[in-house]
Design a protein around this ligand. Sequence first.
Ligand code: G6P
Ligand code: MG
Length: 220
Amino acid sequence: MNKTGFIFDLDGVIVDTAKYHYLAWRKLANELGFEFTQEQNELFKGVSRKRCLEILLEIGNIKASQEQFSRWLVEKNEDYLSLIEEMDESEILPDVLKVLQFLKKHHMPIALGSASKNARPILEKVKLMDYFDVIVDGTHVAKAKPDPEVFLIAAKQLGVPPKDCIVFEDAVAGIEAANNAGMLSIGIGDDKVLSEAKFVFANFTEIDDQFLNKLIGLTP
Ligand code: G6P
Ligand code: MG
């Protein structure tokens, strides 16, 4: 039987880092003299750091030189890193471990496919590194989701054809990327927002062993 490859997004799927990203972006916006709301932060999910800053500056109607732009990118990331400094296993989202342990028990290949350049340190903080056979993050990809690049690299490194890969994603752009890669997409979040996904669950507590058995091909 051919193996199924499992690819997990990080932010919003394994850990809820959006709140920390939000605080760091809001601080920068406030320093630049404008407000940045939680609703606007929704637009940043799954979006690269550079693109987030471009959108933020559009919201604030601010023009930046190359040098300022780079400085603000560094500043935001430093603030973000200090906010997640104390992060630990308690921040792993509910039942993520249950799913990872199930897949490990059945020797399924597992990858991380994230836009974040901070993915490795975050996985280390929450002590999940050992679950991942492959890590593809923002330091490895040139094209951002919804481009399928990140997931195609992950599939290649897992040695599993894209059509046999399953992606867990919380962002619209991520679901699109998985679909564009020819993979089965599973949305974690609101089914109205993630309507392009093949399946949607509010969170991993809604995913039971019966569904997981189906995914790994044990039951039809
Ligand atoms: C994830 C998050 C985005 C974030 C991006 C880059 O996709 O959902 O909100 O902007 O990663 O993260 P980084 O840690 O590299 O700034
Ligand atoms: Mg995400």
